[in-house]
Design a protein around this ligand. Structure first.
Ligand SMILES: Nc1ncnc2c1ncn2[C@@H]1O[C@H](COP(=O)(O)OP(=O)(O)O)[C@@H](O)[C@H]1O
Ligand SMILES: [Mg+2]
Length: 603
């Protein structure tokens, strides 16, 4: 079983069990803040006691007054006074403590989630709809995950109060313990509710994502121009409204139904409470103190059960769920990096071989690459051509180990790439992609990111800018490499698409000695001559480079493609031709045809 099989085998339905997941999050908190965690927990329990004992003091007071027992009255008065003041004091201290603990642990959890997401070896989780929904929920939940500790502590506090209160009730008559039984329906409905509501939310998440997306399109600067030119603004607003209604309708209905059941459950308890008070007052001939106790304790019982159940409901609805997703992500990240037992070679002497490589994007069945057998010789420049959608970019992503092949394997000098750590391999891969990202940082950092350890190495950045032919872009920036990119930042400037592309290219050239350099149409926005000149330079550098570097370039321009040592023609997921420019022309196949058409168009 390869690591990708295992990662994809972890499907959306098998979230880990809630209790063990919560336990995991507790341990995480304990690892980082052991002292604060224990202290806050003990204080929460202590704070629960005086409150629960209030009913006892009331009973003692009443019975003491009626039987003229000064000792009892004094004791009860002191107890009452203490209850009130100590409760207040403990609550204040506990709140401060838990706040502090939470603040510290929040940052730990956020960093943990971000780190986990970044450490997933492939990017499949960014493109699978079911994973996206799950991650979106987790991203929102991580901000409340820290509340889990408080919630857990106070649940324990409420349970302690409950136990004391039931003890007091039983001391009058064992039958009164039955009150707890009548509270069971409220417990059931409270635990059932959040799950049902959450499920409705998750089921309708695509509508909510659509609504968010449309809102983004309607309001962000990037889309602004086209929104105005096409005049779709009004449709966007209406579409967003519709998506929101489709999201909200079923959720509101679910909430009404669950609220109805909940109300009914509380009615059952209320009836039992009234019955119990009447029972003590009439049938059991209790003292005035007993009646007071059941009035106070019974009323508290309902409040305590309500609070316990509410707290457990929260725990279950959000935090248990959040911790399960967190543990799921931990396992998913771990599974995706498993099985890496081979080192990445220092240099390539033979090259990269693809054996019967087939690939379908996760969550889909269509093979985007089908049975590809291909040899990429060390130290050579390989061009990949083919129509849009032929699978060129996908091939590049597989080489970069952004995905694992669905079947077949990729070998580096005969060793399977699948068994090498993705991070180590990617540290040896450089290049630029068709769908590059605009890192709105200072220009030097935006480029320097391409080789993180040398982020601040000005000469390395300058060299990369030179290799990418991006000097003109930097020259035109007001403060050169020190210019902030992105108009929404203070002193930030916007640059054109072509300029962003050149900066992305420079970022791709930061690494000095990659084993694999991929250039997936990174220069589509440049004119043919600039592209040609650039590629001429790369190709020359690649050929006399040491280490057996392989350069893979994807381009539509034959002026560029023809310089490659080897040209690979893809057509509808299959490899149809491989050879040098001259060989392929002589063969008179698909390449020759495409070349002829383009030559005629430009000729
Ligand atoms: N993330 C994705 N999920 C599902 N299908 C995809 C994804 N990316 C690309 N595809 C599909 O895979 C096929 C090959 O895409 P791609 O490799 O980008 O082609 P090319 O780079 O040759 O234009 C296309 O049909 C495309 O729709
Ligand atoms: Mg492409």
């Amino acid at each position: 079983m390869t690591s990708s099989d295992r990662a994809s085998a972890m499907d959306v339905d098998d979230l880990p069990p809630a209790l063990s997941a919560m336990w995991r999050v507790c341990r995480l908190g304990y690892q980082h803040e052991p002292g604060l965690l224990v202290f806050a927990f003990v204080m929460t329990l202590l704070a629960a006691l005086p409150d629960a004992l209030l009913a006892l003091w009331l009973k003692l007071l009443a019975d003491g007054v009626l039987s003229d027992d000064r000792g009892a009255v004094l004791l009860a008065t002191a107890g009452l006074a203490l209850s009130v003041t100590v409760t207040w004091f403990l609550r204040t201290v506990t709140t401060r403590l838990t706040r502090r603990f939470r603040d510290r642990v929040t940052i730990v959890l956020e960093a943990h989630v971000a780190q986990l997401q970044a450490s997933v070896a492939t990017i499949a989780h960014h493109e699978r709809r079911d994973y996206l929904d799950r991650l979106a929920v987790l991203r929102n939940q991580v901000f409340v995950l820290d509340h889990m500790y408080m919630s857990l502590f106070s649940t324990c506090g409420w349970i302690l109060r409950l136990v004391v209160t039931v003890g007091l009730l039983v001391s009058i008559h064992p039958l009164l313990a039955l009150l707890v039984v009548f509270a069971v329906p409220t417990v059931l409905s409270s635990t059932w509710r959040p799950g049902v509501e959450r499920e409705a939310e998750e089921r309708n998440a695509p509508h909510s994502r659509l609504a968010d997306h449309l809102f983004g399109v309607a309001t962000t600067a990037a889309a602004g121009k086209e929104v105005r030119v096409t005049g779709i603004g009004r449709d966007l607003v209406a579409g967003r409204r519709r998506a929101w209604e489709q999201w909200y309708g079923p959720i509101a209905a679910t909430r009404w139904v669950s609220a109805g059941w909940h109300g009914a459950a509380w009615a059952v308890f209320a009836a039992a409470y009234v019955g119990a008070v009447a029972l003590v007052a009439t049938r059991l001939q209790g003292s005035v103190g007993d009646v007071l106790l059941i009035l106070a304790a019974g009323a508290r019982l309902s409040a305590y059960i309500g609070a316990t159940v509410g707290e457990i409901g929260f725990l279950r609805g959000i935090w248990m769920d959040g911790s399960r997703r967190l543990v799921w992500l931990e396992r998913y990240a771990a599974a995706s990096v498993a099985d890496a037992d081979l080192p990445v070679p220092e240099r390539l002497s033979e090259g990269i071989r693809l054996e019967q490589v087939s690939f379908a994007y996760p969550g889909t069945d269509r093979l985007v690459l089908n049975g590809i057998d291909l040899e990429l010789p060390a130290g050579r420049v390989v061009a990949v051509v083919g129509e849009n959608g032929a699978g060129k970019s996908t091939l590049v992503k597989l080489l970069g180990k952004l995905y694992e092949p669905t079947s077949g394997r990729i070998l580096l000098d005969g060793q399977p790439l699948g068994r090498m750590p993705a991070d180590d391999w990617r540290a040896r891969v450089a290049g630029a992609f068709q769908d590059f990202f605009r890192f709105e940082l200072r220009a030097d950092h935006s480029v320097g990111l391409g080789d993180l350890p040398r982020l601040d190495d000005r000469s390395a950045v300058t060299a990369a800018v030179g290799r990418a032919g991006a000097d003109d872009v930097v020259d035109r920036l007001e403060h050169g490499l020190a210019t902030q990119l992105g108009p929404t930042w203070p002193d930030g400037v916007e640059v054109s698409f072509g300029q962003w592309q050149k900066l992305a290219l420079a970022r791709g050239f930061m690494r000095d000695s990659p084993l694999l350099l991929v250039l997936d149409e990174p220069t589509a926005a440049l004119d043919a001559e600039t592209e040609h000149a650039l590629f001429e330079r790369f190709a020359a550098a690649a050929r006399d480079g040491t280490g057996g570097r392989i350069t893979v370039l994807v381009s539509h321009r034959f002026s560029t493609v023809r310089m490659a040592d080897l040209i690979v023609v893809l057509d509808g997921s299959r490899l149809v031709e491989v050879g040098s420019h001259d060989e392929l022309l002589a063969r008179g196949g698909q390449y020759a045809e495409l070349y002829r058409i383009q030559a005629a168009a430009y000729g």
